[in-house]
Design a protein around this ligand. Structure first.
Ligand code: ADP
Ligand code: MG
Length: 594
């Protein structure tokens, strides 16, 4: 039955030769596996074995399954255009994962023996390297554990895995005729609709949108899945903020190509309400809504500006030459703050630095939750102003800068604030959550602000006119470890090892996927070797990096890139999280560009 079809790999061998080779090395030492690197043709495509692991406990081997487009027959309208291609690639990775679950026999032997994996996404849809679609072919990039007992090759098991299971997985998940076409189409449309909504926000004067019926709460504090519908109160927009937006196509399961919900306008927005009424849950959904979500997530009806950045306090973080003077005046013993560095920031200085760094990287919206803010950074009330005189308080609280942020820099803020009504004076929009439902209360908040004037004074020494840019110094980035020129590991979503340096991303909450963390590490390496010269401001470095990734694709992050190679498991991070990692790399040196 086998008509061998080399899919772009001109020197591929028939897969029967791989089987013969594996049977020959059965029972030999693990090193014999090195011989199987290469390309093999099977009925529907090509198996490329790019990297062979050193032992059964080492990082798994890297293989690709490539199917020519004539065979895969993916409908062109579902992958033409960047948004649709990324969505279909993401969906196919999930189909490969499902096929692996059906087909793979699982562990056989020691360590990772027999395991097959693909880096498919969770609740979020991201550009990732797991599946790639080109006009000529579709390719899945997998990790496999080559079977061994101790260090002895299990050749027959390897033959079953590589010569039977993998081709079957390719057949079940990379040929359009094997797939649930309606589900694939619905997924792509759902993602495209979200990107369409995001693209409309600006023209509508909005910074975020929460659709009626959205499910915001998650199943638990450690799960990104939705709370079951029976327990969740679906979102319903307050009339005063309700907008109806047009979609290119109806959302899956809907008839009309439009969606109604709450538009959050530009400016300063307060989210108020009693404790436990859902304030942080709404803010969290807005944080995550910089990315598209899968159908059924509940947040596929929520979008926020692609330039929305969560800001929180993070005491202990490092700060490298940030001009903090808009928020922090002269410190005890006359330390100046217009060129401020520390290895160990306080809550308030860390939050001030994170805001200024976010603006430097191009944030348009700041998302702030009182739960994770430094109290003294948020507000200083009238009584405290009376007791501790301004000349003894270096901090200019956010309440005194938040309007300037909008008026002078065009940067909006969405702030969860249950604790201080002083903010009523500076808000454009006030949304109250009551029993998880939003109510628009701007006029009431204004009336209260007039009836009970706060006695506090605005405490700004000077108007805030500019962000002082910084140029990162490329020689302060060193990705090497031991004899390895580049050694970068994502230990966890929130912990990156860059060479020998750990980068703590616990407070960088909009990194949602460990493969983004890995990509951030390699992006730092690419940025420092390609786009930094010691003079170029960080924002321009990020512009160049993003343009390069848009042009070359994420595969380009592989520092040893060749065209025919598994590039590693990457998911696309935003510029804001790349900047956040640079700002948290403890070796980084900056030059202030005054
Ligand atoms: P707040 O910040 O106002 O104190 P949270 O957002 O932390 O409140 O929410 C409190 C609890 O209520 C959380 O366990 C959250 O999952 C749950 N919750 C939030 N929104 C909803 C909702 N729409 N339906 C059901 N439960 C919700
Ligand atoms: Mg809260």
């Amino acid at each position: 039955m086998a008509s061998e079809q080399p899919a772009g790999g001109a020197n591929a061998l028939p897969i029967q030769q791989l089987r013969a080779l594996l049977e020959r090395i059965d029972g030999r030492g693990y090193g014999a596996y090195k011989e199987i690197a290469g390309s093999y043709a099977f009925e529907h495509g090509l198996l490329a074995i790019d990297h062979v692991q050193g032992d059964p406990f080492a990082a798994p081997s890297k293989v690709r399954l490539r199917v020519p487009m004539e065979q895969a027959a993916l409908p062109p309208d579902l992958w033409h255009g960047r948004t649709r291609r990324i969505a279909l690639e993401d969906w196919l990775a999930r189909q490969v994962q499902a096929a692996i679950r059906r087909v793979a026999q699982g562990r056989r032997g020691s360590g990772k023996s027999g395991l097959i994996g693909i880096d498919a996404g969770g609740q979020t849809v991201l550009e990732r390297t797991a599946v790639r679609i080109t006009a000529a072919w579709v390719e899945a990039r997998l990790d496999v554990g080559l079977p061994a007992q101790g260090r002895t090759v299990l050749g027959r098991q390897a033959a079953a895995l590589l010569c039977e299971e993998l081709p079957l997985i390719a057949r079940q998940s990379l040929l359009w005729r094997s797939l649930d076409a309606a589900a694939g189409r619905a997924f792509v449309i759902c993602v495209e609709n979200q990107e369409h909504l995001r693209a409309q926000l600006d023209a509508l004067g909005l910074v975020a949108f929460v659709g009626d019926g959205a499910i915001l709460p998650r199943a638990s504090g450690v799960s990104d899945r939705p709370l079951p519908r029976a327990q969740a109160v679906p979102f319903r927009a307050p009339d005063a903020l309700r907008v109806t937006l047009e979609l290119p196509q109806p959302m899956p399961g809907q008839r009309e190509p439009r969606i109604s919900g709450m538009g959050i306008p530009r400016g300063v927005t307060l989210i108020v309400g009693g404790g436990y009424h859902g304030k942080s849950t709404l803010l969290r959904a807005l944080e995550r809504a910089v990315y598209a979500h899968i159908p059924g997530d509940g947040r596929e009806l929520v979008v926020s500006s692609a330039r929305a950045v969560k800001v929180r306090a993070e005491d202990g973080r490092r700060i490298a030459r940030v001009d903090l003077s808009p928020f922090i005046g002269t410190l005890p013993f006359g330390q100046p703050t217009d060129d401020f560095s520390t290895e160990n920031a306080s809550g308030s200085t860390s939050q001030a630095a994170t805001i200024i760094e976010a603006l430097e990287a191009g944030a348009q919206v700041l998302l702030i939750d009182e739960d994770t803010s430094a109290t003294n950074f948020m507000v200083r009330d009238a009584r405290m102003q009376a007791l501790v005189r301004k000349e003894h308080e270096p901090i200019t609280p956010l309440i005194d800068r938040v309007r300037e942020l909008y008026v002078s820099f065009g940067v909006s803020t969405i702030l969860v604030m249950g604790g201080s009504g002083d903010y009523f004076d500076v808000a454009d929009t006030v949304i109250m959550l009551r029993d998880y439902q939003p109510v628009e209360v701007t006029a009431q908040a204004r009336a209260i602000a007039t009836a009970y004037p706060t006695q506090r004074r605005r405490e700004v020494a000077a108007p805030w006119t500019r962000i002082t840019p910084r140029a990162p110094q490329p020689e302060s980035f060193d990705a090497s470890r031991g004899r390895r020129e580049v050694k970068i590991d994502a230990r966890a979503r929130d912990l990156l090892l860059y060479g020998d340096e750990p980068i703590d991303l616990r407070a960088v909450e909009q990194v949602v996927d460990r493969s983004q963390t890995r990509a951030i590490g390699y992006a730092l390496h690419a940025a420092s070797t390609r786009f930094m010269d010691g003079q170029t401001p960080l924002s321009a470095v990020l512009d160049s990096l993003e343009a390069w990734l848009d042009r070359q694709g994420l595969d380009a992050l592989d520092p040893f890139r060749r065209d025919e190679r598994h590039p590693g498991n990457f998911a696309r991070p935003r510029r804001h999280e790349i900047a956040a990692a640079i700002n948290r790399l403890r070796t980084v040196r900056m030059r202030l560009l005054r």
